[in-house]
Write a protein of this length. Structure first.
Length: 159
């Protein structure tokens, strides 16, 4: 389990970095243009990923969630939260990953889950929204959309 979660944590940082680096080339007008999706713009989707990764990081550590993670609206702000989550995930051993955490969702409902379930959800959640980014970028007519399939990341790893 640890090797898989470590790889997914690394993959999340790799994929988020690719999107941030690509979208930094776009003007604010493009980043904030309304595109029908779960969130109304490229920027708001990236910041939602940031806020969710920060929330799960807080829950895993047993500290209160701050939502949004920051008032910062620059898309590169996402990467410090992704790095923080990646480092926390990689710090866990198998016993940590199997331990149960008590936390509250944003509505105040209490939940208990193992750390590995929480991490797996968070990594999957970010992947879902990166897929939406691709669709939004296509709808906006943007080019050079970053390939972000897990297999592409895996092929880049040392053999």
């Amino acid at each position: 389990m640890k090797i898989i979660l470590d790889q997914l944590a690394d993959y999340g940082l790799w994929a988020n970095t690719r999107f941030v680096q690509r979208l930094q080339r776009e003007a604010d007008e493009v980043l904030d243009r309304n595109v029908p999706s779960s969130f109304p713009s490229l920027r708001s989707t990236l910041l939602h990923i940031r806020d969710a990764e920060n929330a799960w990081h807080a829950r895993l550590r047993g500290v209160p969630v701050i939502w949004p993670a920051s008032p910062e609206r620059a898309i590169e702000d996402l990467l410090k939260y992704t790095l923080q989550l990646r480092d926390l995930a990689r710090s866990y051993d198998d016993a940590d990953l199997g331990s149960t955490v008590l936390y509250h969702d944003l509505r105040g409902n209490e939940h208990r889950q193992t750390r590995w379930h929480m991490l797996l959800h968070c990594f999957n959640h970010s992947t879902q929204h990166r897929g939406q980014l691709i669709t939004m970028m296509r709808a906006l007519g943007l080019e050079d959309i970053p390939a972000n399939d897990l297999v592409i990341f895996q092929r880049s790893l040392p053999k």
